[in-house]
Design a protein around this ligand. Structure first.
Ligand SMILES: Cc1cc2nc3c(=O)[nH]c(=O)nc-3n(C[C@H](O)[C@H](O)[C@H](O)COP(=O)(O)OP(=O)(O)OC[C@H]3O[C@@H](n4cnc5c(N)ncnc54)[C@H](O)[C@@H]3O)c2cc1C
Length: 409
């Protein structure tokens, strides 16, 4: 039986562990937090996932919250004008299946139980380079699924693929109840405040039941880069409301009655989006493979991280199965990553474009979508598979051609 060890029990590590156990592999997951610690700890993400990634979870038999978790039926987009009105405002339903968001504090502990129920070995430990040497010597393949954990820094940063070397947004998350629902259908309600940042919210499932998640993306040094002096959950909630009152009054109107789901329902931080080389070489020369955020870390602005982690898991999983009894050598590792990168490069380029001041053609397309429902539809469904934004949305010439075409009667 092939022996595989995974570092990290998050979106990719647990999905992979469960999938491989179901195929009879001898799998160990080593992770640094127990299920109880995760459940009772701070929020980790806003983790909205779209149809294609949810389908992978269904295929792996890990979609335990399908009925309980509120469905997100579409995406709405608003661009705030300087005078406090809406310069652009439209919405469209997802035609690629609903999206949803299950608090990782709920999801990961249950997936850990499922992994163990299937015969997987779960070890709680902080993995270091030294322990990786021992682990790698004992198994056929080690995958590092450590997300933003420091151990991932052992993979060399890929300067060619990494567009930024510093954080591009100051992030804030607030989990609340009592937000007024949108009147039509539920959406990821995406708001752009030019020069200041972005805000989006959507319904989700958390430890205390259903909730709404507020995501703040402040341009560093700007007015939404404001979490530094916040020192209590109450202040965090007040700051969240203040931002909306100042820049997005239509969103503030939905939030007059909000309260935190729990004192751990807040998060503030920042990190540089970074792509790393997938094959890590330990001091002894042994090699290990990076997966998901450990080697492909995006800003959450387009809500793709958990989606990417899931899609990379599926690609790596298939590659492991297809490799049967052959050596997991560096050529196989690189080829497995390259297959993922053939998809992920589009996600990264599209996501990075949102972190820079929007180009004229992007604003024109976002504006045109208000009058042209098919364009709104194309944009909304692109969140499910960002390859669909190329080239008509991403390339200025292709965008001009597209806009000309839709302007014709
Ligand atoms: C503010 C914010 C909002 C987000 N919103 C969204 C969104 O709406 N949609 C979306 O798709 N994505 C979103 N993401 C991203 C998403 O959460 C991640 O991309 C996803 O969880 C990555 O999965 P992963 O398996 O790579 O790592 P993770 O899920 O982060 O798991 C990593 C695991 O490794 C463990 N670990 C780390 N270091 C060690 C070590 N040394 N030893 C042992 N264990 C270790 C950790 O404890 C954890 O269990 C968001 C992220 C943030 C920060």
């Amino acid at each position: 039986m092939r022996k595989i060890t995974i570092i990290g029990a998050g979106q990719s590590g647990l999905l992979m562990g469960i999938g491989l156990r179901k195929k009879g592999y001898d799998v160990t997951i080593i992770t640094n937090k127990t299920g109880d610690e995760i459940y009772n700890g701070g929020i980790l993400s806003s983790q909205a996932m779209f149809g294609a990634a949810l389908d992978i979870e269904r295929d792996f038999g890990t979609d335990f919250w399908e009925d309980e978790c509120p469905k997100i039926d579409g995406i709405s987009l608003t661009v705030a004008a300087p005078d406090g009105t809406k310069a652009i405002d439209w919405a469209a339903r997802l035609t690629t299946g609903h999206a949803n968001s299950i608090d990782q504090r709920v999801k990961m502990p249950l997936w850990m139980n499922e992994f163990e129920r299937l015969g997987g070995k779960l070890v709680i430990d902080e993995v270091t380079i030294d322990s990786l040497e021992i682990i790698a010597a004992e198994c056929d393949l080690v995958m590092v699924a450590s997300g933003k954990g420091d151990i991932g820094k052992m993979f060399e940063r890929d300067a060619e693929k990494s567009a930024f070397d510093k954080p591009m947004r100051a992030l804030g998350l607030t989990y609340v109840r009592n937000m007024t629902a949108r009147t039509e259908y539920s959406t990821v309600g995406f708001n752009i405040i030019p020069g200041v940042g972005e805000y989006f919210s959507f319904p989700a499932l958390t430890t205390t039941g259903t909730c709404d998640i507020m995501v703040f993306e402040g341009i560093p040094g700007g007015e939404m880069d404001c979490w530094g002096g916040v020192s209590s959950p109450e202040q965090h909630l007040d700051m969240s409301k203040n931002i909306l009152e100042k820049y997005l009054p239509w969103e503030a109107d939905r939030c007059t009655e909000i309260e935190l789901t729990d004192d751990n329902g807040i998060l503030a931080g920042r990190f540089p989006p970074t792509i790393r080389k997938p094959v890590g070489r330990l001091p002894s020369g042994q090699i290990i493979l990076g997966i998901a955020d450990s080697i492909c870390l995006n800003d959450p602005i387009t809500g793709q991280g958990s989606n990417n982690a899931t899609k990379s898991t599926k690609i790596y999983f298939d590659s492991i199965i297809n490799h049967a009894d052959k050596d997991f050598d560096s050529a196989w590792m690189q080829q497995t990553f390259d297959e993922f990168w053939a998809y992920a490069k589009y996600v990264v380029e599209w996501t990075n474009a949102f972190l820079l001041p929007p180009q004229d053609h992007v604003l024109q397309i976002l504006g045109a979508a208000g009058q042209h429902p098919e364009t709104a539809q194309k944009i909304v469904d692109g969140f499910n598979d960002p390859r669909d934004f190329f080239p008509w949305f991403m390339d200025a010439d292709a965008a001009a051609e597209y806009l000309k075409k839709i302007a014709q009667p």
